[in-house]
Design a protein around this ligand. Structure first.
Ligand code: ADP
Length: 239
């Protein structure tokens, strides 16, 4: 497979080349990682606890830097990016965190609006955009609810609405089934699939092998910090 990374190749959304991550103290979390995720893909990054999934996420969000190798996200080499450009770079990645990270004192509307207010977007645009994304995730009627007044699945959809608010080319879902009922995991996967169908690249990070098997077209398996498998399966993502 010719999968060499070229920063200017616009079809490559995420690329890791010979990446190694060693934490202070000597823990080797990732080594020899080479992978590319292309525009429009729906990919699972699968691995047991301790495999290196969170480290992978932290590297592409530039919360950590690689000890060696190159990480390119949306055409930006993250080892070369200036500190002040990092927030802008992160807007190209919509992340749904496992614990949702909603602000408990804010309504669904405000939680999503908050993600826009930290940028220079006008209130007028916010009042238009927030209901649109809440509607997209099926939460039109919950705009005024606080997180505590919503189910786990609903809170997750608020987190997804917030991730979608800047129309990022990439959506990342970190253990999307971790904090919700099993039956709701189908719902969230359906939403992610719909988002993927309109062209967004979707990366789901999980330890759940069955989920990956059921919904994915491509599964990248990480074990002990290295990619041990990268398979495309026929007929994946059929919901
Ligand atoms: P996963 O998300 O798949 O559970 P992690 O990326 O969290 O895996 O961890 C990969 C390895 O790196 C583990 O051995 C873990 O103990 C180690 N590790 C993760 N974060 C740190 C850290 N901040 N400092 C030292 N070691 C870490």
């Amino acid at each position: 497979m010719a999968r060499n990374s070229i920063v200017s190749d616009e079809s490559v959304m995420i690329s890791l080349s010979n990446v190694k991550k060693v934490y202070p103290g000597g823990n080797v979390a990732l080594q020899n990682v080479n992978l590319e995720i292309n525009r429009g893909e729906f990919v699972f990054v699968l691995g047991h606890s301790g495999a290196g999934k969170s480290t992978f996420l932290k590297l592409i969000l530039r919360e950590e830097t690689a000890t060696a190798g190159r990480v390119v996200v949306n055409g930006r080499d993250l080892s070369k990016i200036r500190q002040r450009d990092i927030p802008y770079m992160r807007r190209g990645l919509g992340v749904v965190f496992q614990d949702f990270r909603l602000i408990p004192t804010m309504t669904a509307f405000e939680n999503v609006a908050f993600a826009m207010r930290v940028t220079n977007i006008s209130e007028r645009e916010i009042r238009k955009r927030v209901p649109y994304v809440l509607n997209l995730v099926g939460l039109a009627g919950k705009a005024k609810s606080l997180p505590a007044e919503m189910s786990g699945g609903e809170q997750q959809r608020v987190a997804l609405a917030r991730a979608l608010v800047h129309s990022p080319p990439i959506i990342i879902a970190d253990e999307p089934t971790g904090n919700i009922d099993p039956e709701l995991s189908v719902e969230i996967m359906e939403l992610l699939k719909a988002i993927n169908m309109v062209g967004t690249t979707v990366v789901v990070v999980t330890h759940e092998h069955e989920l990956a098997q059921r919904f994915s077209e491509r599964i990248i398996t990480i074990d002990h910090g290295t990619v041990v498998d990268d398979v495309w399966q026929k007929g994946g993502a059929n919901i």
